[in-house]
Design a protein around this ligand. Structure first.
Ligand SMILES: [Zn+2]
Ligand SMILES: [Zn+2]
Length: 316
């Protein structure tokens, strides 16, 4: 099946006209043709359809798009944090202000993350399209409406957070920590770029929360669009990089949404090596009493003391 069938599944004439079968058309020519024949599409939908028509190879089109999306979003989101680290003005919002990552640390982290991306993450990305087709993840245009996408992405955030909490908590036990998760904790004061600095086993298992939850969703509902998945992965990448930034601003999201974890939450995890296991939200750590930091510890101790005193009172 040609990839154009995936973007225009119910219109074979359009497929034949727009697909770059002989490979002679430039991307802008294909984009122009798509624009003329499908003027009702949004700009994003036109680019999406043109990409698939231009490539005329579904596996390559999805594979390259996902890999480039991941690399571009990850590094473009990390770069502003590197720049902020170089500007002393921002130190007043740094959570651990005495620990500014050096260029050497950035360089070491960059090399390791790039190696991991090419060796560990590149392989699943190339097998992604066949898996999408098998699962029923669609590529057609137009995209689903924004309400459907918002509901699905919100659900993925909640499910990923749940998976992350339990898997991450497990990674702090004995051999899992010693042989796998310890690598991620090399930086007690994290910085944006180190979000994906981790052992390959950790990348795969925690990554299941990001990719596996949408897979379970499509297995259950039978419906999911690849563009929704692209937006979700971008937002999840931003969340991961930002939570490692080391900065808590007055305008940070957790200041407006108290249940949002943010950098303040994850920085404490790196600082104390224990507690605050969730990724996006605070409710798991709050409910299961695993919040990190001296304040949470004090609160926990006082609560235990109160409980013990009440118990003594009851027995008298
Ligand atoms: Zn950890
Ligand atoms: Zn971390």
């Amino acid at each position: 099946m040609s990839i154009a069938a995936a973007v225009f599944p119910n219109n074979s004439t359009l497929n034949n006209l727009l697909t770059n079968v002989d490979g002679t058309k430039s991307f802008s020519q294909v984009l122009n043709n798509v624009g003329q024949m499908q003027p009702q599409l949004s700009l994003m939908e036109k680019y999406w359809a043109s990409w698939y028509c231009y490539m005329n190879n579904d596996i390559l089109a999805t594979g390259i798009m996902f890999f480039v999306l991941h690399e571009f979003m990850y590094f473009s989101r990390s770069l502003p944090w590197y720049i902020i680290d170089c500007i002393p003005y921002f130190r007043k919002w740094k959570l651990q202000p005495t620990k500014i990552p050096s260029n050497k640390e950035h360089w070491h982290c960059l090399k390791s993350v790039l190696l991991s991306h090419f060796l560990v993450e590149a392989i699943p990305i190339w097998t992604f399209h066949p898996m999408c087709e098998k699962l029923g993840i669609t590529m057609e245009v137009p995209f689903p409406n924004w309400k459907t996408m918002t509901a699905e992405i919100s659900l993925f955030f909640v499910l990923e957070d749940m998976w992350h909490y339990w898997a991450h908590r497990l990674f702090h036990y004995g051999i899992f920590y010693k042989y796998i998760h310890k690598q991620h904790h090399r930086y007690a004061a994290p910085f944006g770029l180190c979000a994906e600095y981790a052992h390959p086993a950790e990348t795969l298992s925690l990554g299941f929360g990001t990719v596996g939850m949408p897979i379970l969703y499509v297995l259950y509902t039978g419906k999911l669009h690849l563009f929704t998945l692209c937006v979700w992965i971008t937002m999840r990448l931003f969340q991961a990089v930002d939570s490692h930034s080391g900065y808590d601003f007055p305008w940070s999201l957790n200041k407006f949404m108290p249940f949002w974890a943010g950098a303040e939450h994850h920085d404490l995890h790196h600082h104390y090596f224990i507690g605050n296991y969730a990724s996006s939200f605070r409710w798991w750590d709050y409910t299961l009493d695993t919040e990190a930091g001296p304040e949470a510890k004090l609160e926990r101790e006082e609560r235990m003391k109160r409980k013990a005193e009440e118990k003594v009172k009851k027995t008298i």
